[in-house]
Design a protein around this ligand. Structure first.
Ligand code: AMP
Length: 187
């Protein structure tokens, strides 16, 4: 299974990606988590990414694409993977297409997790209190949602036209949403 989990910040992608990937015995690959790890370790990649992340902006495509290419080349991703938070721009869609065609593989499905903006802001503010993420403050949250609308929301139509898209309501109990996602992926 080669899957993408698409959705705005705060929709619960990270939590659900891990649960769904565990259920399917494939790795969940979160570009946000990889960037955060690099920031916390102070690697050159982390140094490059930090300013963008703290401002709620996307890390430049060439940096993100190179990182994903390396990650997808690792052995555990050979049988399949669930991408969480990638691709996020049209340029990244093209880069992923090229990586997959080089491997001779294709995507099976793109699952969109939906939630309305008020709910998203609410969830991110709660997460800020729990996890202390440096990009979970009101101004940066608003910017991240705007960047999503401008740059990532158009990907829904792109994958819709390819016949790969399924949309799942992200509102509700964590277990219920996981069940909906599993059903959408199986279906
Ligand atoms: P996330 O945890 O997925 O919300 O990602 C946190 C931050 O990491 C984002 O706000 C971006 O700054 C950066 N990031 C994660 N994934 C990408 C991506 N595919 N393209 C560019 N920047 C990304």
């Amino acid at each position: 299974m080669r899957l993408i989990l698409l959705g705005p910040p705060g929709a619960g992608k990270g939590t659900q990606a891990k649960r769904v990937a565990d259920g399917l015995s494939i790795p969940a690959i979160s570009t946000g988590d990889i960037f955060r790890w690099n920031v916390s370790e102070g690697t050159p990649l982390g140094t490059k990414a930090k300013g963008y992340m703290d401002a709620g902006e996307y890390v430049p495509d060439h940096v993100t694409n190179a990182m994903v290419k390396d990650r997808l080349a690792q052995d555990d991703a050979a049988p399949g993977f669930l991408l969480d938070g990638y691709p996020r721009t049209q340029e990244q869609v093209g880069a992923l297409d090229a990586m997959l065609s080089e491997q001779g593989t294709t995507l099976d499905k793109v699952v969109e997790l939906t939630a309305d903006r008020d709910e998203l802001v609410d969830r991110m503010l709660k997460r800020a209190a729990l996890e202390g993420r440096s990009d979970d403050n009101p101004e940066v949250i608003a910017r991240r949602l705007d960047v999503y609308d401008e740059q990532t929301a158009p990907l829904v139509a792109i994958y819709g036209e390819r016949g790969l898209l399924v949309s799942v309501d992200g509102l509700g109990k964590v277990d219920e949403v996981t069940e909906r996602l599993m059903a959408a992926i199986r279906g």
